[in-house]
Ligand binder design. Structure first.
Ligand SMILES: Cc1cc2nc3c(=O)[nH]c(=O)nc-3n(C[C@H](O)[C@H](O)[C@H](O)COP(=O)(O)OP(=O)(O)OC[C@H]3O[C@@H](n4cnc5c(N)ncnc54)[C@H](O)[C@@H]3O)c2cc1C
Ligand SMILES: *[C@@H]1O[C@H](CO)[C@@H](O)[C@H](O)[C@H]1NC(C)=O
Length: 196
């Protein structure tokens, strides 16, 4: 599954940099759609066998909704959403500690605050990414960078090369942990802040 790089020029190079996206969560899918729009070579690597859209409710605030418009899913998302009218925050004793109305948000930002089932967003994004762009059962264990390219190594002992690696593998990102380890080895991490 080598990524085909197109034979054209980019910043003086005779090809388009190949993007490796780890993995196929919301962030990875969003990037994939944008790359799809500009016909850019990329491949997604996902550790799961298949992605099951899980979760209950998701809310998106106006700051990300223009990106949803760019991906072409905004109108469908809007149809599946209710409009948020306020935010209440509770502490662990369920005592309300903060409350605000957000009905003026549209005047300020063009968009409403949208609340919808998470699987709807996932399915809409998924529908925009061709199936063959995702390799499943590819759990990334390590990464290697040289001046020329970047390589990911997966738990099934396969490796893939690209030019740009995007770690969209969630809160416990293996890509980020590998980068951190590499920076530590090269003594490039910032000094610790005191009292931590
Ligand atoms: C209970 C809850 C409620 C939330 N509510 C909201 C909300 O209302 N609004 C909002 O904006 N956000 C909300 N969030 C946050 C939101 O869900 C996350 O910000 C979002 O899912 C992050 O997307 P992601 O693509 O970065 O990571 P994820 O969606 O976590 O996807 C990561 C992907 O990486 C894969 N992966 C992990 N490690 C590897 C590896 N080593 N190799 C290959 N693949 C790997 C995983 O299988 C997964 O598919 C909520 C989160 C939680 C937990
Ligand atoms: C992993 O792959 C490399 C290179 O293809 C090979 O030399 C090595 O023996 C493999 N290791 C295992 C455990 O299969």
């Amino acid at each position: 599954m080598a990524i085909q790089s197109r034979n054209s020029s980019f910043q003086g190079k005779q090809y388009l940099p190949r993007v490796l996206i780890v993995a196929r969560g919301l962030a990875g899918l969003l990037l994939a759609i944008l790359l799809e729009h500009i016909n850019w070579p990329y491949q997604i690597f996902e550790r799961a066998e298949a992605v099951k859209p899980i979760g209950s409710t998701l809310a998106l605030s106006p700051n990300i909704l223009s990106a949803m418009e760019q991906t072409g899913i905004y109108e469908d998302l809007l149809k599946a959403s209710v409009r948020g009218v306020g935010i209440n925050l509770y502490n662990e004793q369920l005592k309300m500690i903060f409350s605000t109305g957000i009905t003026t948000i549209k005047e300020l930002s063009v968009y409403d605050y949208l609340v919808f089932p998470r699987p709807v967003l996932y399915d809409l994004l998924l529908a925009k990414v061709p199936k063959e762009k995702t390799a499943f059962k590819k759990k990334v264990l390590s990464i290697k960078q040289t001046d020329d390219e970047v390589t990911i190594h997966c738990s099934d002992n396969t490796s893939y090369e690209g030019d740009i690696l995007v770690g969209a593998d969630g809160a416990y990102s293996a890509v980020r942990q590998c980068l951190y380890k590499q920076l530590a080895q090269e003594n490039k991490l910032p000094a610790r802040t005191p009292n931590r």
